[in-house]
Design a binder for this molecule. Sequence first.
Ligand SMILES: Nc1ncnc2c1ncn2[C@@H]1O[C@H](COP(=O)(O)OP(=O)(O)OP(=O)(O)O)[C@@H](O)[C@H]1O
Length: 474
Amino acid sequence: MFKKLPGDETRALVSTTPDTAVVFRPAVIRTPAAVTIAIFIGRLLIGLVRIVWRHPVAVAVLAVPSVVAWLYGWRLALVVVWIPFSVLLPWALFNRDSFNAWFGRRLLAFWRLIWVYRRHWHAVMVISGLARHLRGRDYVPRLVRVRCTSWADLVSVKMLTGQAVTDWADRIEHLAHGFGATSCRVSVARAGRLLLTFPRRDPLAVPLPALALPETVSVEPVEIGICEDGRPWRLKVHGTHVLVAGATGAGKGSILWSVIRALLPAVWSGITQIWGLDPKLMELSFGRAIFEGHYAATPEECADLLDEAVSLMQKRAAKFAGVQREHIPTVEDPFILVVVDEVAFLTAYQSDRALKQRTMAALATLTTQGRAVGFGVLAALQDPRKDVLTIRNLFPDKIALRLDESEQVDMVLGDGARDRGALADHISFIPSEGAGVGYVRLETSPDPIRVRAAYVSDADIREMAALFETEETV
Ligand SMILES: Nc1ncnc2c1ncn2[C@@H]1O[C@H](COP(=O)(O)OP(=O)(O)OP(=O)(O)O)[C@@H](O)[C@H]1O
């Protein structure tokens, strides 16, 4: 009978019908004002301690001059402000990076916490449907912390008990627009905690010229561009197979050529060979010499070259059987990277069925058995639908460049990738802004990473090919 009800639920109980024998009247116990004030002050103090703990620099910047002005007058406060200012200003002017790392970004994080996130948090949570109103109470996810990097705000959030990551991933557009960002990415920090990434600027908006040729001979993850957070983008090609999907003009060529460029020292040393399949006759023909005879353009030539790769792979597998389980590239057993531009020409669009099946069988054999014995496939295609490339799941690593439709993103990167922020269908059509920009999702992590490949121009390719031609003539 004496059930305690919070908030507005009691109101709903007061009305009773006049002719009922028993009338329920909920007992309303008034909380003494002193208790309410004590709770309020307690919360205020906890909030202040939390702010000082999390943002000591920002609080000190505001609090120290105010306290000095209050105790000793504004003149001394001005001196107190001027002393650090005369140190910080030159520091900010002459060594911006270290200044930002120590002060700038902490102040910015404090400002954005108060002005952008705290100010709009409740409204955005309620309107996007991430807050809940249950039995008269509001349950709102907790904004834990805001950190700023050079290009984005990283917002830590404690989800409501019972919420799932997909609840947030489904609302990335609400969150982005609610907090004035162009996009939002959701990743799991730990159980119950999320990290929301809101970009403030696009560090990938400017094209990256071709990277310098590596000085060391290696087939380990090759550097082919930059990640959004400024780190080099290193793509693993040895011990995996990579599929690059992107609409026409998305910059697939820049990925193929950046990989080839990064492997050149290994090719010169003999521990790597690059085989090129160029059914469109446009992309790889430019640097034909680099493939050292392993180049094919017509569907027949492509099928023959793939069959040659398969038979070499099988011979090597027989040689390795019972002797070694991992491939270490050597001149005798080099890493062979089969680069296929527009693989759909060979697997879907060509009219000769027998040739199509031969090509598919060879590609499937290479992608299922090749990686342990030093054979890798790097394939590019425009249309990622399953009927165009039935074996797309045999490629462990995938890259989504600009795509035409939102559904294609999950086809390339796997379920839920777009919800987690891989907005490959939103990448700019303008080549200088969007070509070569894409998302990668590696075997080891469910979170897509935004990247941009360096642009290897026609002149760069000719230069690279010329180095091989000179070698041949010498
Ligand atoms: N990484 C890049 N950075 C800047 N611009 C680029 C980059 N990659 C390509 N571009 C520009 O975009 C244009 C189209 O690139 P590219 O031909 O590689 O696209 P694609 O995806 O191979 O297209 P298609 O499938 O039609 O051949 C290039 O001519 C170049 O001007």
